[in-house]
Design a protein around this ligand. Sequence first.
Ligand code: FRU
Length: 521
Amino acid sequence: MRQSFLPITLLALMSHFANGQAAQKPDFYRPQYHFSPAKNWTNDPNGLLYHNGEYHIFYQYNPFANVWGHMSWGHAVSKDLLRWEHLPVAIPEFTHPDGKTMTSIFSGSAVIDKDNTSGLCPAGTKDCMVAIYTGNVTQGDKQLAQYQNVASSSDNGRTWKQYDKNPVLDLNSKEFRDPNVFWYAPQKKWVMSAVKATEHRVAFFESKDLKNWTLLSHFGQQGDTTKVWECPALMPVPIQNEPGKTKWVLFISAGHPQKDYVGMQYFVGDFDGKNFKLDPANPRPIAPAVSNVVDWGKDYYAAIQFNDLPAGQTGPLMVGWLNNWAYGNELPTTPFKGAMSLPRQISLKRTAAGLQLMQQPIATVAGLRTVNTTKPSMKVSSNSIVVEKAIDNTYELTVDIKPGTAKTVGVKLAKNGDEETVIQYVNGKLQFDRRKSGDTSFSKKFASVEETPLALQNGVIKLRIFVDKSVVEVFANEGERVITDLIFPTQPAGSIEFFAEGGSAEFSNVRVSPIKAVVPQ
Ligand code: FRU
């Protein structure tokens, strides 16, 4: 959360035109297979939930403008997590009876209270949908409080009623937010994690009825504490190749350990219904081996998990906001601003460095491919090869790269003349270079090179790259590393090139798959 957005936006707009950039036509940058609202501002995903054949996404939404403000919960539903139907705003910001106090609906989660044990829905309601969110209370420019509220719906999230005895959890703080609630079956109770943002701590609470909450414990003041902590998400995560085994992972959105911008970190440990205890054998942020970064790009934040996944759907599934508070309000997109990642299936993999987070796009995204153009393996020696000449910037590219003797090796995307987005492997690191990716003029903080350490697997790096207009998600080595970055190319299509410098490299298992547009227009 940042305040005073407007002046910055105006300044950015002025410098945008001063730089002689023509504004793109509306929707030019709107992703075609990543979720975004048709218009206006969005940030965090909220209340991710499956119920009665529908996946629900609620999200931080400004119903009135294309910048942050008037935070309310937008709403959409989907049967397959890829094709979304937009619904009216679910929980709007509201004014108190005094006419001057406002409550904005900040981030939170949603659960199904079976048989309405909370009594929040009308008597007789079978499945009561309950949203647990942060009420951010203001009077004019003055922030008065941040506390946890609940609202309920007895019609599958279509209409909502605020609980008349809100707040349900108030610590007299202005920095206490983002409740993430799930059902803890072993003790038949609800567990909430919420951040004490400026203390860099997560507080855990329990409740039997979603209305009365008792403090269980705290975790924090370790990892990256250079920025406020936001949007905690705690869940058991399966360990690959160890059937039935899970380990608890706590996700925190906060500062990136290396650079001055926001990102996410994760902690692997154990949760016994009371305490989350870090298991120090796993990746953790002790310099110089910073390894518990969730996504090494600049534009993946505030991700939370779906509650109540249907039987047969392997989880956990997480969705994150594709943007960054460092320049979020300044993005050159209109009439919308903000989009969500593909749902990511997460797991843990046992490695020499402990349990490593693995992320893969949801498998059914493969069903959106129109054609699969496979290409023969190619050797590239100190030059570059055009793989596709002018492909619309909505596709999936997979490639295995064997760097061989090359010093630098990689892929150029959305290339038009000098304009290019470069994903390259150099000195044991995978880099994402967007300095020449198109329009970068709207913020000094935007042009950047991101990098992550990445070990070769049998001499090879495996890349799976999703390009969707202004979104690029790069999954490396089966999701052991992910880099997600926005780009703003000036053309709707561009070439794909493979290149090698200082030696020869091999590119194999190459597949280019244009992806069908599924956003509701
Ligand atoms: C994270 C965040 C949350 C807050 C929301 C406000 O991006 O700052 O902490 O609830 O956004 O929109």
